[in-house]
Design a protein. Structure first.
Length: 314
């Protein structure tokens, strides 16, 4: 027994001794870690939160992807599935708009042109409440495979639908499933856009050159996206909450030393459900308890990025 006690005691001493240099090294590294000169946003924010609210429902084609099984006979329209989409503009967006107001934040709504034309009053209300209207194509068609002029018309038709309906001039763009083509950015620059979001490569915005002019990239998210997590992986609302909470906590820690952006994405018929809106409220209230947090529309983020000489350039 004495030999075992002696072994445990000696092992404990060795363990403590081995940990001391490592602990001192951690403390030294943290003390000596230099603050990135780009840690603060130009407006003084420590971390910026960017929220997307996709306005797509009503613009979907017949028999668009839905939670219903794909066992419908050819030649028939999936009528119950269409009601799932209707929920987006009847309940989802109105509920989310009230939630944003209660939380005191503004978001970016990526609007499909045909959805706007089907529900013009809702599109107007989004803008009237102070949110950004960004372009999301004219319909749900792919654009990466279109010739230059056809793709340009596809994008411009969506822009015109938003402008004519809301008087808001979109400066940001989101392609269907982020799948832009080789001509998309040139077309966007030609049409007067300032940024696009079809990029997952960073956790902060950056600048690229298109047609010899600066163009902002405001990164989007798949990790914090309700269509991927709730519909695609069958996450519950509390799983969504915890995943985004962990993402925020890590980015907030990093924001002490580098510029960080947290992106969260909601879709009208998914993020606008009662459970998701409640989870979202709890999540944002938690985030708002931290110092240096600001919630910004993507057009505001693009402006900050383009006007900041310390922004990353690629």
């Amino acid at each position: 027994m004495n030999s075992r006690r002696t072994f445990i005691k000696q092992a404990g001493m060795l363990s403590a001794a081995s940990m001391m240099p490592f602990g001192n090294l951690l403390a030294k590294n943290k003390k000596n870690k230099k603050m990135d000169t780009r840690t603060k946003w130009s407006d003084g924010s420590r971390l910026v939160v960017s929220i997307s609210m996709q306005f797509e429902a009503g613009g979907q084609p017949d028999n668009a992807e839905s939670p219903f099984p794909k066992n419908l006979e050819k030649g028939f329209i999936d009528l119950p599935a269409s009601t799932w989409y209707q929920y987006g503009y009847k309940e989802g967006i109105p509920r989310m708009l009230d939630n944003w107001d209660e939380l005191g934040i503004k978001v970016t709504s990526h609007m499909v042109g045909s959805a706007v034309l089907k529900n013009p009053e809702l599109a107007k209300e989004i803008v009237a409440r102070g949110h950004e209207a960004a372009a999301h194509g004219m319909n749900w068609s792919s654009q990466y495979n279109l010739p230059y002029e056809e793709e340009k018309k596809f994008i411009k038709d969506g822009v015109d639908a938003i402008k004519l309906t809301t008087d808001f001039n979109p400066v940001g763009y989101n392609a269907n499933w982020l799948r832009r083509g080789k001509n998309t950015l040139n077309i966007l620059q030609e049409l007067g856009f300032k940024y696009h979001i079809d990029d997952l490569s960073r956790d902060e915005p950056f600048i690229i050159k298109i047609n010899q002019k600066d163009f902002a990239v405001v990164p989007y998210t798949l990790r914090n996206n309700d269509i991927l997590l709730i519909e695609g992986k069958n996450f519950s609302a509390d799983q969504f909450f915890n995943q985004v909470k962990l993402e925020f906590e890590q980015l907030y820690a990093e924001s002490e030393f580098k510029r960080r952006q947290l992106s969260i994405s909601f879709h009208d018929r998914i993020g606008g459900t009662p459970q998701m809106v409640r989870a979202t409220k709890n999540l944002i209230q938690y985030i708002q308890q931290h110092e240096g947090i600001s919630f910004k529309r993507k057009d505001e983020i693009a402006e900050l990025t383009l006007g900041d000489s310390t922004s990353i350039r690629e």
